[in-house]
Design a protein around this ligand. Structure first.
Ligand code: NAD
Length: 352
């Protein structure tokens, strides 16, 4: 056994069907008396109905959460939170709504109860990305980590099939890199392998039948585990490449992750024999990178970065960027290998 450091994040987790019913009880147990409910404009009806059922426990609804947590939206929400005298935050939605809740917790020290409705996993991380003046900055702080998370599978039944597949594979990417990042440790690796197993088995079933309740339950369970990985360890080549691609060409986050993941794993594979053995078992295959590529096809992922309208000459730019500012990976970065990786990802080919 190698030496390691493991830091567990605190948090109370409720998981299952119909768990939303426990919200009132959880609000009281957390010592809150009047909570501000958050959502995106798309989920306002759902959150308004929740506010109605909470009665006096609800201080009001702020339903203007947006992608990338813009600072001006946070300021509006903060003003509203103060005006209604809320003493707790309840976020219902995906990473965008949860990001707003975290931004408010950072500024007020109020507790958060989070009810995730996607597979993005932000609820399990002390990470917050905020955008101000067109620049996105990421911070890590214990202050933004939610105290209570209610996973209610029923709320995920409406997540469209395409978004389910892509956001699920984005979560899988967190767990795969957790297995070989610098901070990898045996406890996080147990969680990661189980998260990969649960999600990779469930996502193709959801693609076939989005109303499959057992598959939805397995996927949300896997998303929780994969989010836990992102919250407890760092990441490696795959995440850095996706960040560079997203930043340079404004590519959609989850689709980029889904396309790049098999290739980043194939690139790193020669340096991580033990992780590859574990993944062969977890994914029940001789070729884990190829299996991740096949799952991408099964969930209807776009066929390569070219389908996301990335320009082909962008490959050389991203390789240059990566080599200029090299980051740690079990297999060090080299021009030839990275170029092949990105060419395969660009054309939508199986990993080399
Ligand atoms: P999202 O929160 O942006 O949601 C996308 C849309 O889907 C929204 O309109 C939302 O209202 C709707 N939606 C959510 N759940 C639904 C459901 N069950 N049924 C129908 N519609 C639903 O999407 P996301 O992928 O969850 O989050 C993306 C954001 O989260 C990005 O900004 C990303 O950077 C951030 N993120 C942060 C972390 C972190 O640790 N800080 C982790 C993962 C993602």
């Amino acid at each position: 056994m190698h030496s390691f450091t493991y830091t567990a994040n605190p948090g109370r987790i409720l998981f299952g069907f119909g768990k939303l019913e426990a919200l009132g009880e959880e609000i009281r147990a957390a010592g809150m008396t009047r909570v501000l409910l958050l959502s995106t404009p798309q989920q306002v009806d759902q959150v308004q109905a929740l506010s109605d059922t909470l009665g006096d426990l609800s201080a009001g609804v702020f339903s203007d959460a947006r992608m990338h947590t813009p600072a001006e939206v946070t300021e509006q929400a903060l003003k509203y939170l103060k005006s209604v005298g809320a003493d707790g935050i309840v976020s219902l939605g995906g990473g965008s709504t949860i990001g707003l809740g975290k931004a408010l917790a950072l500024r007020t020290n109020l507790g958060q109860i989070v009810i995730p409705t996607t597979y993005a996993g932000s609820e399990m991380t002390p990470i917050l990305g905020e955008t101000a003046d067109g620049v996105k900055r990421t911070l890590r702080s214990e202050k933004v980590l939610p105290e209570t998370v209610i996973y209610d599978v029923d709320l995920t039944m409406t997540l469209p099939a395409a978004m389910s597949g892509l956001s699920g594979m984005n979560a899988v990417a967190h767990a795969i890199e957790a297995l070989y990042c610098r901070e990898a440790n045996p406890v996080t690796s147990l969680i990661a392998a189980e998260g990969v197993r649960a999600l990779t088995e469930a996502l193709p079933r959801i693609a076939k039948d989005p109303a499959d309740r057992a598959a939805r339950s397995d996927a949300l369970y896997g998303a929780w585990l994969c989010g836990t990985c992102l919250g407890t360890v760092g990441m490696a080549l795959h995440h850095k490449l996706c960040h560079a691609l997203g930043g340079a060409f404004d590519l959609p986050h989850a689709a980029t992750h889904t396309i790049v993941l098999p290739h980043a794993l194939a690139y790193t594979a020669p340096a991580i024999p033990e992780v590859m053995a574990r993944l062969r078992e977890t994914l029940n295959t001789d070729d884990p990178a190829r299996r991740l590529y096949e799952i991408g096809c099964e969930i209807g992922a776009p066929e390569g970065l070219k389908a996301l309208e990335m320009p082909e000459e962008g490959i050389a730019r991203v390789v240059d960027l990566s080599l200029e500012n090299p980051y740690w990976n079990p297999r060090p970065l080299d021009r030839e290998g990275l170029t092949l990786l990105l060419e395969d990802a660009f054309h939508g080919r199986p990993p080399s």
